[in-house]
Ligand binder design. Sequence first.
Ligand SMILES: NS(O)(O)c1ccc(OCc2cn(-c3ccccc3)nn2)cc1
Ligand SMILES: [Zn+2]
Length: 265
Amino acid sequence: LDWGYTDDNGPSTWAEKYPLAAGARQSPVDIDTSKATSDNSLVDREIDWSYPSNCSYRIVNTGYGWRVDTYGDDTALSGGPLSEVYKLEQFHCHWGATNDEGSEHTVDGKSYAAELHLVHWNSEKYSSFKEAASQPDGLAVLGVFMEIGNADNAELEKIISLIPKIIHKGQDSQASFDLDFGSLLPESKHYWTYLGSLTTPPCNECVIWTVFKEPITISERQLEVFRSLKSVGEEDAIEPEEGKLVKNYRPPLPLGNRVLRECGP
Ligand SMILES: NS(O)(O)c1ccc(OCc2cn(-c3ccccc3)nn2)cc1
Ligand SMILES: [Zn+2]
């Protein structure tokens, strides 16, 4: 792997091959709640999403985690900090080896056990995800914190049940399940928003981030399934315990002189 999350290819080494990783508009950041400024324009234009209740998906092991590719047709994200309508491209998750780490964004220094990212691209201004990913307003990512709860997350379970089919890097599985995205998002629409980047190489500074304040819950068992994914292909004959994707989060980068806005208490 030319980049990853181990000591020899992890976040502190990325800038060697991916110079954007050393930029001034990088993500994630620590959300210092005392620095957040509330902004009436965010309140006036409520963030709004519409996702289909059921459509076909492809889940893939990228070597860095699992990713569900949606075929963004009748999806739409607008309002809040966004000036155009964005389409859902994919969603994925970041987690840690233990439950006291794993999220990418932190809140006043606190980490959550995992963080879900719903990745959208500006289909009003650009003609593809890849084109949008090289523009400063190209992507809109919704970040949802995940904390450990007793109950399984029923919607996530539909995804987790497919993970045993994609244990090795490069494996994928086609599934058409009816996914209620609404329940992958918290009840409260309160959020923080700032301008940032992809949190993995090539670290393009193309993301308008919206991080919800309220976490959703996931069970310890479900998180363990995430950690059973491997970062190597089936053909890489290595020890069974080696190559496990036990963590895939980038620690926070400085907010610098960026504005951090919030909507809702
Ligand atoms: N973790 S996250 O939600 O920030 C996040 C979201 C999306 C990402 O896309 C990776 C990517 C970008 N490109 C790309 C290709 C051609 C041109 C430009 C970009 N290819 N793969 C990475 C991290
Ligand atoms: Zn992500």
